[in-house]
Design a protein around this ligand. Sequence first.
Ligand code: MG
Ligand code: ZN
Length: 364
Amino acid sequence: MNIQSISKYLSLCVIGMTISCASVSSTAQNKKPKNIILMIADGTGLSQISASQYYNTQPSNYDRFKTIGLIKTSSASDLITDSASGATAFSTGLKTYNGAIGVNTDTIAAPTILEDLEKRGFATGVIATSTITHATPASFYAHQKFRKMELEIAEDIINSGVDFFAGGGRKYFENREDGNNLVATLESKGYEMYLDRLNPMLSLKKDKNYGFLLADSGMPKFLDGRGSFLYDATKLGIKKLSQNKKGFFLMVEGSQVDWGGHNNDSEYLISELIDFDTVIGQVLDYAEKDGNTLVIVTADHETGGFTLASKAGDYNTIEPSFSTGGHSATMVPVFAYGPGASEFMGIYENTAIHAKMKKLLKQQ
Ligand code: MG
Ligand code: ZN
């Protein structure tokens, strides 16, 4: 081979590489996820997320996302949504009334994405720092007219098929007024139930489901010693669900960012948000390594009308403040990473999150 033909050969190679590189990157973009991890920090708007940048000693894991969108959160009944209709929009794709758990505006049960995927052979899980029967997690596996019906919501988890759940709410499962012991029922249905602690090193059996109910009501505040519960539960949950060849769907909620907002307690809010942020870090690390996992981080609505205002006009001092003890109507951000992430750019209704997840997990 003479010099000319070598250089011709090399330039053909370069062309060849360019073409194959281009086709690889377009395949990566069109690639569909095998797993979806939906992370909801209840009540988190842009000011809350900004707080994770100003008040964290570590870099915020929100900063790792390149793909960002915004959702409109109004419900069918109100301009300002509550967490039940907000989560039901994600889980069923329907706008419904405030207080509705997995039901439409006529109070009829609507199938949730968790139930759909469970039927199709995916492994499923829900994790929350509230009771596991609270509005956000409940909307993924239960169908009840009102969010306060936590005794009935607890019954709905029995036949949901959910493979892994962790949170508070023990009192809705045992020592109930009606005398039913749902912990025993779950055990008879193949669940290993844990009522005192979650061991992140637990060895997991393939043929068992797992339930962790670690507080009577909601889990303690992070400030009151909840420790690494959310981090550990997410780690163990992913370990369990990823045993399933077909894929999995996991919902992880930082429930108490919202409660800090309702209390107009910025220390409470920010500590919950930073706890959630560390879990985002873990989940992104997993997704980067796995390559088949779509991570979506969003919120159902903003709580508190939270703002990072200047203190008495001093532009070098932030004074976190609130404009309401309730929720607000402001749009909330959506962060996405992994196969299908580009679907989540733009401004759209909260119900579109459901449609996008469904489209991405179609015919698999
Ligand atoms: Mg919630
Ligand atoms: Zn709330």
